[in-house]
Write a protein that binds this ligand. Sequence first.
Ligand code: GLC
Ligand code: CA
Length: 505
Amino acid sequence: MLNRFRHFIFAVIAGLCLSASPCRAQQAPPQTAKAEHGLQKAQDPWWKHAVIYEIYPRSFQDSNGDGVGDISGITSRLDYLRDLGIDAIWISPMYPSPLVDFGYDISDYTAIDPLYGTLADFDRLMSEAKKREIRVIMDFVPNHTSDQHPWFKESRSSRTNPKRDWYIWRDGKAPGEPPNNWQSWFGHSAWKFDPATNQYYYHHFYTEQPDLNWRNPQVPKAMYDAMRFWLKRGVAGFRIDAVSRLFEDANLHDDPILPGKNAYGDPNIAHKYTDNLPEVHEVLREMRRVVNEYPGNPVLISEADEPNIAELTKMYGTKNDEVQLPMDFQIADVNKLSAPDFRRLLSEIDENAAGGQPHYFFSNHDQPRQWDRYGDGVHNDQIAKLMAALLLTTRATPLMYYGEEIGMRTTDPVRKEDVQDPIGIIGWPQEKGRDGERTPMQWDASKNAGFSAAERPWLPVPASSAASLHCEMDVICHSIVKMHSCCPFYARDQAVAMRFWLCLT
Ligand code: GLC
Ligand code: CA
């Protein structure tokens, strides 16, 4: 059985490799290809040859025993990241926040939440990371603020407040009826009635995350200034959250209803009038101009689950003047181990009309971990290694999620009362929320897997940590060797791949 499986794995890898255009390089003798690779690397911007690693700060390393990870915890693990071969870390939001969406509801864009530390801790992280040649990428959330942000507090205070138009306020269609049928990504109507001023505000995500009005010129100005605040502190760029949702149809057309219902019991809907409006690209061009004001080739990474290659290509900009690394959700959303699907999507993006750099990932803080997603229940370890080979050996810039390197598993809560992520409460039991992919990093076999000295960390360390701490050397080793010999030009010389290869934990 294992042999049959091995053959299958080789067929997947070889199929991908032989069909994808990068393998044209296999014609070059390995030495020349290697030298060319080195030369190319010296000329290219850093992000083309980087391995990026996402840190969910609540769950990476707790330094003060309160059960929640923090900045000093990250700093204390920089040596580990350097040894793993990581070139840049993207840290999910650490800004002050009421934490309804665990930081994606920001109440101040230019500060650090005390839960994670101070600006001084952040500056120390920056300088320690620099010593190890690790760049730091901030998460940036331009679509919405927290309802506790002073801007929104002002905005909701009266219809004539100068910040009223910083958010999207509309009259209801009729008494008790929202302005139209738009739905929140997190379930139910996207409009929340505010009795104080008798109008509704729009929120694409939780009700506590009102959408900013990007058509008001003061909003982009304030947001670009927030970006500059962090660029001046030396960050290497931003991962831009939910960027395709920045604009909504000004005429409030109803979204088309689709057959069936979603996990929240609402009719399915096409987000035609609230997603991917063309104005998004003007903003991306402007954001690119902002980062270009700073040295060191800062990078923009976009979170936008583009539905097809044409939309994904647009994110690079017609003159390569928008996002350098649009996350490829098409690949991340292939939820089965399918060589033809991966082959088609890898080729499509590899040949994208903009000539942009592909950017792949499989897991993140919203996306169940790949160990389970692609695993067949019997060979999950081997399949996880295969996915690692796939991620780390193409010419794309790979994006890893903490714990991926040790085969961490998704561990959903089993009781509704244990759920932390509000969508898991709204959608229980069909939608269990995202706690499962956010459990603490597993460092060693000590208490709470070395994550925290607290009695109860904010999410439990699952019993499976014992297994993920012992990865065994198997099929992946051979797969990566094959990949290296097939595509020497594109094979990564990163220590990360080697670490997977040797299965050192
Ligand atoms: C993005 C984030 C997700 C968050 C949402 C709203 O999709 O990745 O975690 O809940 O935006 O900010
Ligand atoms: Ca802490």
